[in-house]
Design a protein around this ligand. Sequence first.
Ligand SMILES: Nc1ncnc2c1ncn2[C@@H]1O[C@H](COP(=O)(O)OP(=O)(O)O)[C@@H](O)[C@H]1O
Ligand SMILES: [Mg+2]
Length: 441
Amino acid sequence: MQELSEKLPQVLANFGIFGTIGNQYKGPLITEVEFELNKGSKFSAVEKSIKDIARELGVSGIRVAEIPNSTFISFELPNPEAQSVPFLPLTEREEFAESKFALPICVGVNMRGAPVMKDLSKMPHLLVAGTTGSGKSVGLNSFILSLIKKKTPQELKFVLVDPKRIEFSMYNNQAYMLRPVITDMSVASRCLAELCVEMNERYAKFEKNMVRNVGEYNEKAEIKMPYIVCVIDEFADIMLFDKTVEKQVQMLAQKSRASGIHLIIATQRPSVDVITGSVKANLPTRLSYKVASATDSMTILNTTGAEMLLGRGDSLLLEENGTLTRILGAYVSNDDIISTITPYRCEIKEPETTNAVVVSDNGKVTVPQTAQQEKKSKSMWARLVDWWDRIGRRRQNQIINWLLTIIFAAFQAKNASSKARSTTSTVRKITSTNKKTSRRR
Ligand SMILES: Nc1ncnc2c1ncn2[C@@H]1O[C@H](COP(=O)(O)OP(=O)(O)O)[C@@H](O)[C@H]1O
Ligand SMILES: [Mg+2]
């Protein structure tokens, strides 16, 4: 390692980059080497040549980043032997055990080995990307276990979606589950729609109780509302199955911030057909593991760099305020999952879903009634209006013409009869006057 950082100034000089080496910090995965560029040298020039610099140093991935509020930049050089960070000991650290966050998640450690804890309720959703094998599923498990460690099954419920059927099967029959792990994509899209309905119902309750969010509601109300965290592994699989989920995810991401419903969505393909602009815009907090290309890194983080990551939990976290932190994810083994969740085993039944839920274009959620329910609940007048709408313009015109003809005919008939009546009465008048005059004579 010493060698790499010693070789660095010489290699940089080969690319016309000059400066002085500063402090060095060795972490579990990389060694950060601070470097002060000579006056007039450009950071963008370093960024452009970083792949070639790595090649000349003989290592696979080097990342360079600006250090905020400092004249230094930092080179992140991979250690010859990467250490992994086990999950359970991390949760025993004071930073996690004493944390007062509403939904604390232990993301991993930073490049100097210090734990990184974040509050999911503040994020308020998380978009996770990375190629296959980069550490997404291990990461998702570490977030789920973090929440289980800090919350009771009464305070928190999960909806887990797992198209691959292998990642979350262990969580079945846990008291934390709102329903069994979803592996069928048609159920997934229905379940997301139900979460939209739940969200709207929660907001209605907040309004009635004059509170603004789930925290305030739970302080006041006797029956507490649990937080709901929906974790989707491989979002691309759902999107390819049913594009309408996009609307539901967009609605949840946009509006569910205060309702206590949070999304964690992982995808191996951060392309625009999976993560569309409207979904992305509503998921400002993003975690990228190693991705395939600089373009993918741009899509997910708005900057390059994630393509240089080393895999196995090495990641970059982009927060809502724009800060970017490199984090090594904690490693969760199967045994860690089993030992954490075994005390919460219970029987969970598939909830009955009677009606599919429809999210319309303007974001309104409705539960369509069956034809019979609809018939019963509608008044005579409403049914007539429905029928009128249904028959179409041509039939409407025909009926109007027909009605007008009837009215006109009726009017004419009335006129004719009144005329006839008035002639007979005149005739009668004339004959009666004639009779009177003849009598007088
Ligand atoms: N944080 C980590 N520390 C060490 N090794 C990890 C870590 N995350 C993942 N790995 C390794 O990488 C493999 C693939 O991880 P996984 O989460 O299944 O990837 P993905 O879901 O992105 O395809 C794991 O089996 C494990 O060996
Ligand atoms: Mg996976």
